[in-house]
Design a protein. Sequence first.
Length: 188
Amino acid sequence: MADLRAAKENYKKQNSDKVAVPVIVALSIVVPLAVAALILFPDVLSIDMGIERSTLPAFHAILNGSTAILLILGLWFIRKKNIAAHRAAMLTGFGFSAIFLVSYVISKLNADPIPYGGEGFLKGLYFFVLITHIVLSVPVLPLAMFAIYRGLSGEYGKHRKIVRWTFPIWLYVAITGVLVYLFMAPYY
C-alpha cells in the first residue's frame, strides 16, 4: 500500500513539474528581456501614464528594504523551525519583489532615465553597486521561483540546495536596490 501511495505522489509531482517548470523558465526569460528592452530603448518604449515619477524610486527602495528584512526574518524563522512563519515571510518577500518589478516596469515606461551626477570614488562605487545589482537581479527570479516551488511542493532537499544560492543573491539584490536609491536620491 505504501508503494502505491508513493507511486501516486511521484506521478502527481511529475505532472506538477510539467506545468511549473516551463512556466518558471518562460518567466525567467521573458521578464529580463522585457526589462532590458525598457532600459535599452527608452525612447521607443515609453508611455505617459501620468504617474508622479518622484514617488516611485522611494517606493521601490521601501519594497527592496522590506524584502531584505523579510529574507532575514525568513532565515531566522527557519532556524527556529517555525515553518509557517518562514513560509509567510518568504512569500511576502516574493510578493514585494513582484510588486517592485511591476512598479519598476511602469516607471521605466513612464519616465526618461535620470543620470547619476556624482563624481570620483562615489561614481565608481555607484556603478559597481548598480552593475552587480542588475547582473545578479536576473537569476533571482528563477532561483526564487524554483525555491518557492520546491518548498511548497514539499521537496525540502531540493529546496535547501537551491536556497543556498538563492538567499545570498536575493538578499544582495534587495540591499543594493536600496543603495542604488540612496545614491540616486539627490538627482530625482
